[in-house]
Design a protein around this ligand. Structure first.
Ligand code: F6P
Length: 523
């Protein structure tokens, strides 16, 4: 498979020239008045997600050249290699196949000829595990004796399930409460343990590796609490979601659901890691979520690049990061159910593409992952939106709005949508006729993603959209988006520090760490 780093393509130089002549001084207001069809030209319908890209700093020439960049980098070949099950995570020698977790069972027959023809064995395993897991989820759902589900996991073993359970609240079983414990900060676990009883609680220990310090510490403390409170039936009250079943058994958990090394942690909410979601919304809805994601997979796999939404978003990301030099992107969901979306996207994007070397280990001469940040935007408007409108940095904003909602306060939703539209318009228009402190420069770019409704299917689709967008930016940047070596050093040093906190030994430490150690140990 031939991949070509973005800066080694002729398109890169052409984009540099375009930026100098048409990019730097591009004005959105002029672009809209010069082209009455700009909205139609720069908007796109993908499965479950409508995207208005017209308020971005691009014209047709830039867009065409960005698409040319994608062709020259070999994005399609790279994408096809992923879907074929090639080892594209080269630093860990792994395949990258989270898409297979949402490939329908009916696909098993056509898979024999189709796109997944060499993956029928894995697809069979996926569906065998999925049906056992969903049967278990349904059993727990109908078990009146279990009132509280406590998911203990961190990173990809926390963020996806937590985000989805909040987002799909409307579909969540009303007879259960869901708790998510991730940090090793004891406040988190003790706060949850204060609210639950051993006889009515199910602990899900979610860890791909089953070695993560935070998760194992919380799991041990939860088990100790359970036993100290007289709990005996570990099989009924503890379940492990892991690809290291042996370690889970050694820990004393016999009820396990496994997944495979080709599922990256931050891509794992579709696997056994999604069990809390399945318990919350039920097997049928969980399958709908998978189907929504699959529809986006097919869109990504089959649509030509110019009509391919993940590709179009990724190209904008590269245009902003590497030509305009924008360092961050603000995610602005106008739906309180999406309040953990930005945390989820932070891991997805920043752990995947926060890299400074290419696949061969060569230092990159350009910037990669932007900082992803945000809050439910109705609140953000009264906090940091000031900076978006008048700050010294230009920060592209990604609005996410939902057309229909389930609550019975239509006036609220009307106002909420009006605010989303108003903010994207205000960012673009600015306030030209006011001077001094009241002047808003405008011309600030935004993308508007619109869902008809927030359902399992549309949530699945928008998450798969983001996964593929991250894939494409990583592909253009020539990096391996599927490893995370940067997080390892901190883990090693934390082990060393734990011993030093016990012993007080500061030998070999820098003066700052030694000084802080001393302060923390002082009586
Ligand atoms: O430390 C980073 C990381 O490895 C993430 O990639 C992962 O999602 C998280 O830790 C949790 O890992 P595990 O599921 O193995 O406990």
């Amino acid at each position: 498979m031939r991949r070509c780093r973005c800066d080694h393509t002729p398109a890169w130089g052409a984009l540099r020239a375009l930026y100098d002549t048409q990019g730097r001084d591009f004005d959105l207001r002029q672009a809209f008045s010069a082209d009455v069809r700009r909205f139609e030209c720069f908007s796109l319908q993908a499965p479950h997600v409508f995207a208005d890209l017209s308020k971005n700093l691009i014209n047709v020439a830039v867009q065409d050249q960005l698409l040319e960049l994608a062709h020259q980098c070999g994005v399609q070949a790279h994408r096809d290699a992923m879907f074929r099950g090639d080892v594209i995570n080269t630093t860990e020698q792994r395949r990258v196949m989270h898409f297979l977790l949402r490939y329908p069972a009916t696909g098993l027959a056509d898979a024999a000829q189709g796109a997944t023809k060499n993956l029928t064995k894995e697809l069979g395993q996926v569906h065998a595990t999925l049906s056992v897991m969903l049967t278990y989820a349904d059993m727990v759902r109908h078990d009146e004796g279990i009132t509280d589900i406590v998911n203990i996991g961190i990173g990809g073993s926390d963020l996806g399930p937590q985000m989805a359970v909040l987002a799909l609240d409307e579909f969540v079983a009303q007879n259960k409460r869901f708790h998510f414990v991730s940090s090793v900060d004891g406040h988190e676990l003790s706060q949850v343990l204060r609210q639950v009883q051993p006889e009515s609680t199910l602990f899900l220990i979610a860890s791909k590796s089953f070695t993560t310090l935070e998760t194992m510490t919380n799991a041990r403390s939860a088990k100790a609490w359970f036993e100290a409170k007289g709990g005996r039936d570990i099989a009924r009250h503890f379940c492990a979601l892991t690809s290291n079943v042996e370690a889970a058994r050694e820990f004393g958990i016999g009820t396990t659901f496994d997944f495979w090394d080709w599922v990256g942690g931050r891509y794992s909410m579709w696997s056994a890691i999604g069990l809390p979601i399945a318990i919350a919304i039920g097997p049928e809805r969980f399958r709908e979520m998978l189907a929504g994601a699959h529809a986006m997979d097919e869109h990504f796999r089959n649509e030509p690049l110019e009509r391919n939404l993940p590709v179009r978003l990724a190209l904008l990301d590269v245009w902003y990061r590497n030509f305009h030099g924008f360092g961050s992107r603000s995610v602005a969901p106008y739906h309180s159910g999406l309040r953990r979306m930005q945390a989820y996207l932070q891991q997805l994007e920043m752990e995947s593409n926060g890299k400074r070397v290419d696949e061969e280990g060569q230092a990159l001469p350009y910037a990669t992952s932007p900082v992803i940040w945000g809050e439910p935007a109705a609140n953000g408007q009264h906090a940091y939106f000031q900076m978006l409108h008048q700050g010294s940095d230009v920060i592209p904003v990604e609005f996410i709005a939902v057309k229909k909602v389930s609550h019975s306060l239509p006036e609220h939703h009307h106002k909420l949508l009006a605010n989303a539209l108003a903010q994207s318009r205000a960012l673009m228009l600015g306030q030209q006729d006011a001077g001094g402190h009241r002047h808003l420069p405008g011309n600030r770019p935004s993308t508007f993603l619109l869902l008809d409704e927030l359902t399992p299917a549309s949530l699945g689709a928008i998450i798969a959209l983001q996964e593929h967008r991250v894939f494409v930016t990583g592909s253009l940047w020539g990096i391996n988006s599927f490893d995370q070596w940067g997080v390892e050093l901190g883990k090693v040093l934390a082990k060393d520090m734990e011993q030093r906190l016990d012993s007080g030994n500061a030998d070999g430490l820098d003066a700052s760490s030694a000084g802080l150690l001393k302060k923390l140990r002082a009586k």
